[in-house]
Write a protein that binds this ligand. Sequence first.
Ligand code: SAH
Ligand code: SF4
Length: 368
Amino acid sequence: MSQPLPIPPLLASVSDVAAELDSRVDLKSMTREELSAWVREELGESRFRGDQIFQWLHQKRAREVGAMTNLSKKLRTRLEGTARVGGLALEDVKTAADGTRKLLFRTAAGDRLESVLIPMEDRITQCVSSQIGCKIGCRFCLTARMPMRRNLSAAEIVDQVLWAQEVLGTGTDEGERVTNIVYMGMGEPLDNYDNVVKSLRILMDEHGANFSSRRITVSTSGVVPKIARLGHDVPVNLAVSLNASYDAQRTSVIPINKVWDIDQLVAALRAFPLPPRRRITVEYVMLAGVNDTREDARRLVKLLTGVRCKVNLIPFNPWPGAPYARPTNDAVEAFGAVLKDADYTVTIRYSKGEDIGAACGQLDGDQV
Ligand code: SAH
Ligand code: SF4
């Protein structure tokens, strides 16, 4: 597919200012209900019009009001006066040796962010970003090294998926498509709660991309008060980055543990309103010599008693200047064996897309 041309610096700064000053409401950031209410109140149009506009945006992937050809010219002109279609420009697509693709985006104001497409046997999982930067500051994560710029809007989160469908060629008979979405890219999703929940509702809408809640997972570093809220607001899968087996260890790698410690976090997991037959994913980044012993694994087993979960071990993905190293495969296997003996389902996430900086914890908007 054709790529957007790079914007020359002077024009970029002019367009940045224009983007920041554009106070028109963003149609793509609205859920279908919000859009219908807005269309009724602002334009005096029926709910049906709201549905039509929603379909244009989220099924036909219209990027401007002018493309919505079954709306009258008059309505389109009125829409353009009060509303805009938010979203992202796709700047580049990089493909790794193992087939993983990294999509590099640019916001209207010129910030860059990434999304990763990971092919697996019968599915394609997309890892989406929720913020530009992240203020949680985990010591093993490259995203934490870039300045926290801002939350992404719902449109900017949803657009990562719409662009991916475009890149994969949905719409053609043989086209592949995104089958699963994980909120594990740049940013802490529960730190951008409202926009993330909106994006989930939009992506799950039957008049839009129509993703099943079973195929979407939100990962958090442990923003405890928002965990219960999420469970009540949208029935998506939850993943939690536990990454340690006792408090001092966890605080040394994830500073947020000082605010909500392991006990509080695990209590939130026990209370999480899990739909039947679902399990929480406990993520555990393995750092050599820090949290990777059999003793850590035994402590983890104890901690997770009574939590309906499976464990995902993620051997650390190094980046230049990182203060940690990846454990040996033997250490990872031995750790996993302790968990398996205690009847936990364990998966090991050997990294994908490392050669293009697309593996977990390697996303930085291609700035390093
Ligand atoms: N902010 C959320 C989601 C994004 S991070 C969270 O922290 O859960 C997604 C996953 O990648 C988390 O489990 C995180 O612990 C892990 N991760 C971050 N940096 C990593 C690295 N360098 N190597 C391996 N995993 C990493
Ligand atoms: Fe933020 Fe998650 Fe990276 Fe921690 S691991 S800094 S919460 S993106």
